[in-house]
Design a protein around this ligand. Structure first.
Ligand code: PGA
Length: 250
């Protein structure tokens, strides 16, 4: 089944107003030969500036996290409905930095993904094993447990995106081989084959030290449908190079 590749930039806690204008402006200028779907996820205070800088161009904008509740007494948090109201179309949930820094467990991630769906947006649900789990040969069982705990009941292959991000590959410059990553992507697709409509159309992104030099090899894998990009998403030319690699694999 043809799956439209998605290249998503996760800016994490980086940037300011002028960087947002420059980076989004640079991305928008370079998209003429990009045919994959492009998404940037700036920090929440910069989302409106990102929309302004995109000038209505074909660039989706998303959040990096949201609260599981729709509104209420949750100081410092933002809701999926707020992100929707600003024009966002995606929200990343369950990134390993949130799982570690904020002790988010699978149940929390699932509740957030449900909130994203209620707001009419698409959740990008992140999963991935630590280095110790990989060394212990537990990757498949960790992935299965995270999927069982984090993917909402009633999710369909069109309502969510999965991002496979081995924790040990994030920001380290180390990656699994494209074949190793594809094996895990295949396990994810097989594990979710019971979703309504199946999982042939489910988009599964690879994340963790993806950059222009390795993007084409990852994108060439049959079950890798795009990337969740951290460091390389902070430079327009690198992000665009990855987007072109994904477009060529289309
Ligand atoms: P990285 O981050 O590309 O800098 O490794 C990816 C991510 O954490 O989403």
């Amino acid at each position: 089944m043809a799956r439209m590749p998605l290249v998503a930039g996760n800016w994490k806690m980086n940037g300011g107003l002028s960087m947002t204008r420059d980076l989004v402006g640079g991305i928008v200028e370079g998209t003429t030969d990009v045919t994959c779907e492009l998404l940037v996820c700036p920090p929440a205070p910069l989302i409106l500036a990102a929309f302004q800088a995109s000038g209505g161009a074909k660039l989706a904008i998303g959040g990096q996290d949201c609260h599981a509740a729709d509104s209420g007494a949750h100081t410092g948090d933002i809701s999926a409905a707020m992100l929707q109201d600003m024009g966002c179309s995606y929200v990343i949930v369950g990134h390993s930095e949130r799982r570690q820094d904020h002790r988010e467990d699978d149940a929390t991630v699932r509740a957030k993904a449900e909130a994203v769906s209620r707001a009419g947006l698409t959740a990008i649900i992140c999963i991935g094993e630590t280095e110790a789990e990989r060394d212990a040969g537990e990757t498949a069982s960790v992935i299965a447990r995270q999927l069982d705990g984090s993917v909402p009941e009633g999710a369909t292959q069109d309502s969510v995106v999965i991002a496979y991000e081995p924790v040990w590959a994030i920001g380290t410059g180390r990656t699994p081989t494209p074949e190793e990553a594809n094996t895990v992507h295949r396990q994810i697709r097989d594990h979710l084959s019971g979703l309504p409509g199946g999982s042939d159309g489910l988009r599964i992104l690879y994340g963790g030290s993806m950059k222009p030099a390795n993007a084409a090899d990852f994108m060439a894998q049959p079950d890798i449908d795009g990337g969740l990009i951290g460091g390389a998403a902070l430079k327009a030319e690198d992000f665009l190079a990855i987007a072109r690699a994904a477009s060529a694999s289309d």
